[in-house]
Design a protein around this ligand. Structure first.
Ligand SMILES: Nc1ncnc2c1ncn2[C@@H]1O[C@H](COP(=O)(O)OP(=O)(O)O)[C@@H](O)[C@H]1O
Ligand SMILES: O=P(O)(O)OC[C@H](O)CO
Length: 498
């Protein structure tokens, strides 16, 4: 009897293996962090072997801890940090460079060049994305241009490109499968979200040979099985989705107009827009939410690069808190930030500003400013960045917000959730299962293997832990958010374009 789905959640800072039972409950989790490599300011890399080995380890560990045999696993669902770019030699399986992480800004100059050539509209129309160092396309170009011999090898078909899902599946199947799914493909700057194919014109512009690219599959189907070498038996791989899309699915935001926000390292606000790719007026991203049973669902997304990471910064660099959780107590010591505005533009600003040259800014300091005010301003910043995205989302889609479903590591912070409810003037709903990313991947896999019958069956599993409703005077909050928006303008363009 197959009792479980195994979700592999390969995040920016750690990998998780999570076992879900038929009720969509977590049976057990195993997690391992891996090293973040910062070779130069603005550069962020991961070792491909770290990603693979830690993911395999947590997958094996969680089965071992629960004494679950591979035969009891109906299928594996994979979800991953998106855009992060790996290139390896097809014959040896050896990566030719470290993984260049989504946060890495080294290709800002390449992006400027594309913009100066007037290509923004071309990329936006085909991919739904803006030209930014965030996405995979310019990272591939950088590796081909900077690793000795890479371009020649790519041109004769010897290299393979993949996002993290592709890399893990290549490893799990010992090179049998070189695939990705539509959600991951839609984050590369190379994939046409209307035709659902790699786009020849964009490949030409970025100098990427098509032979490097993985086959693009749906988000829920049996793609193949893991090699026997890893779990003693073959296990079907049956679901793939980028982590933010997987979270939207795990939150059961399956109807048009439903919105979730994930508060992790960054914040990612995603709205289901149904079968229509909506073109944004405010540089929100148009992206693919998933493809299930031959039906493609689209989404609007606001990507905020630094959210929970600002809490880590207060902990690790300023030392004003000892653990991330302590920020709630510290910030609760004051009623408000006393005029302090914090813009966490540490790696530039994402949606809706897309300023690669913005900087981190704390403004409005006075003699009376103390660390509690800074802590409160940091929480405000997480909520206000998300608020700004939701304001533009409502304007773009014409869809009124009814509730915001939340998840991710920082969503456990009750004060932050309350500030979020005040800032958007709307209800914030936190579900019991906060591991919605892994849950979404599990659902996608379980639907393909028949572990769950249909959406109706799994919709019933979503349960609220707590709802936050606005309580404060909206006018007071509006003033604070207006000040914060002024601070955002001050943070922009600090580093000159090169
Ligand atoms: N109680 C808390 N209050 C605010 N932020 C928190 C809290 N607990 C964790 N975080 C932040 O949440 C982030 C971790 O969330 P997680 O979803 O695991 O992130 P990721 O998947 O991006 O690695 C960290 O940046 C951490 O600082
Ligand atoms: O690993 P996370 O949760 O920080 O998510 C990263 C995003 O997928 C980047 O686009």
């Amino acid at each position: 009897m197959q009792k479980f789905i195994l979700a592999l959640d390969s995040g920016t800072t750690s990998n998780r293996g999570i076992l879900f039972n038929h009720l969509g409950e977590i049976t057990d989790t195993s997690q391992q962090e891996f090293e973040q490599i910062y070779p130069r300011p603005g550069w962020v890399e991961h070792r491909p072997s770290d990603i693979w080995e830690s993911q395999l380890k947590v997958a094996r560990d969680v089965l071992k801890k629960q004494k679950v045999s591979p035969a009891e696993i109906s299928g594996i669902g994979i979800t991953n940090q998106r855009e992060t770019t790996l290139i390896w030699n097809r014959e040896t399986g050896e990566p030719i460079y470290n993984a260049i992480v989504w946060q890495d800004r080294r290709t800002a100059g390449i992006c400027d060049n594309l913009k100066n050539r007037g290509l923004e509209k071309t990329f936006a129309e085909k991919t739904g994305l803006v030209i930014d160092a965030y996405f995979s396309g310019t990272k591939i170009k950088w590796i081909l241009d900077n690793v000795e011999g890479a371009r020649e090898m790519a041109e004769v078909g010897k290299l393979a490109f993949g996002t993290v899902d592709t890399w893990l599946i290549w490893k799990l199947t010992k090179g049998k499968l070189h695939i990705t799914d539509v959600t991951n493909a839609s984050r590369t700057l190379l994939f046409n979200i209307h035709t659902l194919k790699w786009d020849k014109e964009l490949l030409e512009i970025l100098g990427v040979p098509e032979s490097m690219l993985p086959d693009v599959k749906s988000s829920s189907e049996i793609y193949g099985t893991t090699s026997k070498d890893f779990f003693d038996e073959e296990i079907p791989i049956a679901g793939i989705a980028g982590d933010q899309q997987a979270a939207l699915f795990g939150q059961m935001c399956v109807d048009e107009g439903m919105v979730k926000n994930t508060y992790g390292t960054g914040c990612f606000v995603v709205m289901n827009t149904g079968s229509k790719p909506i073109v944004s007026k405010h540089k929100l991203l148009t992206t693919i939410a998933w493809q299930v049973n031959g039906k493609t669902t689209y989404a609007l997304e606001g990507s905020i690069f630094v959210a929970g990471a600002v809490v880590q910064w207060l902990r690790d660099e300023l030392g004003i808190i000892q653990s991330s959780a302590e920020i709630e107590e510290l910030a609760s010591q004051v009623d408000d930030s006393d005029g302090v505005s914090f813009v966490p533009g540490f790696v530039g600003l994402g949606t809706p500003h897309w300023d690669q040259y913005a900087t981190g800014t704390i403004i409005g300091l006075s003699r009376g400013t103390n660390k509690a005010h800074i802590a409160r301003a940091a929480l405000d910043a997480i909520a206000f960045q998300s608020m700004e995205v939701m304001e533009t989302m409502v304007d773009d889609s014409g869809i009124e917000l009814h509730e915001l479903r939340v998840d991710g590591g920082a969503a456990v912070n009750n004060l932050l959730m309350q500030i979020q409810a005040e800032a958007i003037g709307n209800k914030v709903a936190r579900p019991k299962t906060i591991e919605t990313t892994a849950l979404g991947a599990a659902y996608l896999a379980g639907l393909a293997t028949g572990f769950w019958k249909n959406l109706e069956e799994i919709k019933k599993q979503w349960q609220i832990d707590r709802t936050f409703v606005p309580q404060e005077d909206p006018e007071k909050f509006r003033q604070v958010t207006l000040n914060w928006k002024k601070a955002v303008e001050r943070s922009k363009g600090w580093y000159e374009s090169h």
